[in-house]
Design a protein around this ligand. Structure first.
Ligand code: ATP
Length: 588
């Protein structure tokens, strides 16, 4: 299939934010797509080559792309940089430059989607000393044969700046319409996506096997299942109102969520955001297969750092020391952990998702043997407020954050945040009532003691509808000197020349970052804001929401991807849930 068809579709999609129009363009594209490349097209639409959990990164830097454009066009690097500075988008800059060039040369051959995809795949897999030269060679060979419009999209994919604002749901709507004639069948596709986390595979299945094929879609070992998430409650009373008179309470441990896929000696670990984190935990890989019964199994657990002498739980930040590429063995001995299991999703080739909570818990305890390293998360059945309070106190005393409350007779709802699981944290009882996880989008250089660091950060929520990051506040308090140093180390490599198009903010900043890092903040309340973009127009026209007196809690949420940050929906719920007094004050 010709790449020009995809480039034209990209062009149309870039010009709209309306979901219905986007869906229509996608349907038109899918109708033209042969079934053997539909998965590739679905990945490319999201600026990817494979599903996220495979961890394939194109990793092409702006400088290398500029050199490649220069090589294929014969135009000096300086001139391309100038054009880039003016247009703010290297894809557009390349297209303008190549337009001038195509007046003198003629195209050699049409490029196909297959060729572009394969070349990008080769680029992503290049490693070693000559890899930069090889990458440049591949890129310029594509640019040589591409039209200016095609070149601009090839570069956007390479640089990771293709932002069509297409949410996964929109892709699934379009797949349902194209291959079943009915958008409502999205639900069936959604299930397949929730259990595989691979939209390309879902697309290929419906294209080749129809809706029936998708209905039969099963869990695939070593493909992560999208996690079930919890709603928040503020008090024991609210929990009873929502859950009825008998439910399970588990400690909410302050660690890293992990999904373990095991078959024989093979173990793969996925984080909450479905990244493969196996390399950080060689101790888990080695020890867990010995305590499992069954041929294969998928489990969920919370990894918690512990004090080796006392066995006490340590805060989440301790696990940060495990996130390193080198000398991991040293970190394993220095920062010991326990693995605390709380769910079983698959066993001996069969899904456990449909089982009720209590059946899953029983199965979990039957198939894992506890020892020093392996535990079940403490659980008890509660029936009234007092029992919740008592278990909450035990949990807090043990170093946990609070409780997870789970309905006894409900299945595991992959990929959804719902009321079958609730979280009750101690901190919900103060101030705003909750912490928020926000994406760092901009920075301001510090003064005095903070010179040389970013003294203040600009933060954003995730807007699921438009797939963008909307500014919500600046935060400059709560940082220790070590925090500032550490944040500088992490953020400095994420500085961009131009603001990423997914950032929606009218604030000025000294530097803009790639929207990747998530940090936790608390605040006194949420106010209406004429400048910030979070939940813009949702409460009042031309007005967004902002956090008042935000403060960094000390937690860098490395286990969360930017898309896992607090959403505008959540902020609106918190805003509406503020006490009447606070609310009235905001509206004054
Ligand atoms: P948070 O920011 O509160 O950690 P989250 O957005 O990561 O929340 P939620 O589903 O809202 O995810 O809260 C549950 C989180 O708490 C899980 O992601 C997991 O890491 C952690 N956790 C700790 N103990 C448990 C438990 N017993 N059951 C489920 N999750 C637990």
């Amino acid at each position: 299939m010709e790449f020009s068809i995809l480039a034209d579709a990209f062009y149309k999609m870039e010009s709209t934010r309306k979901r219905l129009e986007l869906t229509q363009y996608l349907v038109e594209l899918f109708e033209k797509t042969p079934e053997d490349i539909i998965s590739k097209i679905v990945y490319l639409l999201q600026g990817k080559l494979r599903p996220d959990f495979e961890g394939i990164e194109l990793g092409v830097a702006e400088k290398l792309a500029i050199r490649s454009i220069s090589k294929s066009s014969g135009i000096p690097v300086k001139r391309i940089e100038e054009e880039y500075r003016e247009s703010g988008d290297l894809g557009h800059a390349a297209s303008t430059i190549l337009e001038q060039k195509t007046q003198t040369t003629f195209l050699v051959e049409d490029i196909t989607i297959e060729r572009v995809y394969e070349t990008l795949f080769k680029i992503a897999n290049l490693e070693g000393s000559h890899s930069q030269d090889m990458k440049m060679k591949y890129i310029s060979s594509l640019l040589n044969d591409a039209t200016p419009l095609e070149a601009s999209y090839i570069l956007k994919i390479l640089l990771g700046t293709l932002r069509l604002g297409i949410a996964e749901n929109t892709v699934m709507d379009a797949l349902a319409i194209t291959f079943s004639g009915n958008k409502d069948n999205r639900k069936i596709l959604q299930h397949a996506y929730n259990v595989s986390s691979d939209l390309g595979k879902v697309a290929e299945t419906i294209a080749t096997k129809g809706l029936e094929g998708v209905e039969k879609f099963e869990i695939i070992l070593f493909n992560p299942i999208r996690p079930m998430l919890a709603d928040r409650v503020k008090s024991e009373k609210e929990a009873i109102e929502k859950m009825g008179n008998e439910f399970a309470a588990e400690y909410k441990l302050d660690g890293e969520r992990v999904q373990l896929h095991i078959e024989g000696e093979k173990v793969v670990l996925f984080s909450r955001s479905l990244e493969n984190i196996s390399s950080y935990y060689p101790d888990i890989i080695e020890k867990i297969p010995k305590v499992i019964q069954g041929d294969n199994i998928i489990l969920e657990a919370e990894i918690v750092a512990i004090n080796e002498n006392t066995g006490e739980f340590l805060p989440f930040q301790e696990l940060m020391h495990r996130r390193r590429k080198y000398k991991i063995e040293k970190a394993v001995t220095k920062y010991p952990i326990t693995v605390n299991f709380f769910d079983i999703l698959y066993h001996n080739g069969r899904s456990c998702l449909e089982l009720r909570y209590k059946e899953r818990r029983e199965k979990l305890e039957k198939n894992i043997t506890e020892n020093e390293f392996v535990k079940y998360i403490p659980m008890c059945i509660v029936r009234n407020e007092n029992e919740i309070t008592e278990f909450m106190e035990n949990s807090i005393n043990a170093g946990s954050e609070g409780l997870m409350l789970k309905m006894l007779d409900k299945p595991y709802q992959a990929g959804s945040r719902g009321s079958h699981w609730l979280k009750l944290k101690r901190e919900y009882q103060n101030e705003l009532g909750d912490s928020l996880d926000l994406v760092v989008i901009g920075g301001y250089f510090g003064k005095g003691r903070r010179t040389g660091n970013y003294g203040t950060l600009l933060l954003a929520t995730y807007d699921e509808d438009d797939d963008e990051f909307t500014s919500i506040c600046k935060v400059g308090t709560g940082f220790s000197d070590e925090d500032l140093d550490q944040l500088f180390q992490i953020l400095h490599p994420k500085v961009t020349i131009k603001k990423n198009p997914r950032i929606n903010s009218e604030m000025e900043a000294d530097v803009w970052f790639e929207p990747e890092l998530v940090i936790e903040v608390v605040a006194s309340d949420i106010t209406l804001s004429p400048i910030h973009k979070a939940a813009r127009d949702k409460i009042r026209k031309d007005t967004g929401l902002a956090l008042r007196f935000p403060k960094f809690t000390g937690k860098i949420r490395v286990e969360k991807a930017a898309e896992d940050a607090s959403t505008n929906e959540e902020v609106i719920t918190l805003f509406k849930g503020q006490t009447k007094v606070a609310h009235d004050k905001n509206l004054m």
